[in-house]
Design a binder for this molecule. Structure first.
Ligand SMILES: [Zn+2]
Length: 219
């Protein structure tokens, strides 16, 4: 069981306190401002790293008085302490968020479609959808593996998901095609989870050249 943010805050606070209480004995009380002043500093509602604060955090006897006053004020100050715990909790909470964000691309490791367009005619979107059979994919996040028409060059390709052949792109993605044993293969990372089931158009192209369009069924 991991400790709560509050427990961690308390543990770190105690470690810092113990360190200050032990490391600055100052038996001659050199430079000490007096207990009343220390009490005033302990009663501050906001942290101020001035000379007094510097002294108190570098003088074990003054710090002991400071902690005693803090303890006394604890009831009145609990709101401020809670605010500090909240800040720390927020700082700790950002750590797993970063991890989650970084691990997200791993979800694209799931193949949700495998399209063979090798025998599709090499023609543009102005001549209607290719005669290849309808391509399929599931409405989820992952990647689509595409065998591009035979003879396609390698390099970067873009893919758009449209509702109609010449419609605007509902989604756009890109991938880097490689030629393996004469086959031009590209993987497009996609997330179809927000699209409703039904018929779409997958348009694949590169640069300013004409796009090729294929009927797509999402289910
Ligand atoms: Zn002192």
């Amino acid at each position: 069981m991991g400790e709560s943010p509050e427990q961690k805050f308390d543990r770190i606070s105690r470690a810092v306190q113990d360190s200050i209480l032990q490391n600055y004995p100052n038996p001659e009380r050199r430079g000490c401002p007096g207990d009343d002043v220390v009490r005033d500093v302990a009663g501050r509602t906001h942290l101020e790293a001035d000379e007094l604060w510097e002294h108190i955090t570098h003088c074990s006897p003054c710090y002991r008085v400071f902690l005693a006053c803090k303890q006394e004020f604890r009831g009145k100050r609990i709101i401020h302490r809670r605010a500090a715990v909240g800040l720390l909790a927020a700082a700790i909470a950002t750590i797993p968020i970063v991890v989650i964000t970084r691990s997200r691309p791993a979800k694209h490791d799931v193949q949700i479609g495998d399209w063979n367009l090798e025998t599709s005619a090499l023609r543009g979107s102005d001549s209607g959808p290719d005669t290849v059979s309808q391509q399929r994919a599931s409405r989820s996040r992952g990647f689509i593996r595409v065998h591009l028409p035979l003879g396609s060059e390698d390099g970067e390709y873009q893919m758009q998901i449209r509702k109609t052949e010449d419609g605007s792109a509902l989604q756009a993605t890109k991938g880097n095609a490689e030629i393996v044993n004469g086959h031009t293969v590209v993987s497009f990372p996609v997330d179809f989870s927000s699209l409703s089931a039904g018929a779409y158009i997958a348009a694949i192209g590169r640069g300013t050249r004409r796009w090729r369009v294929y009927p797509l069924l999402l289910s």
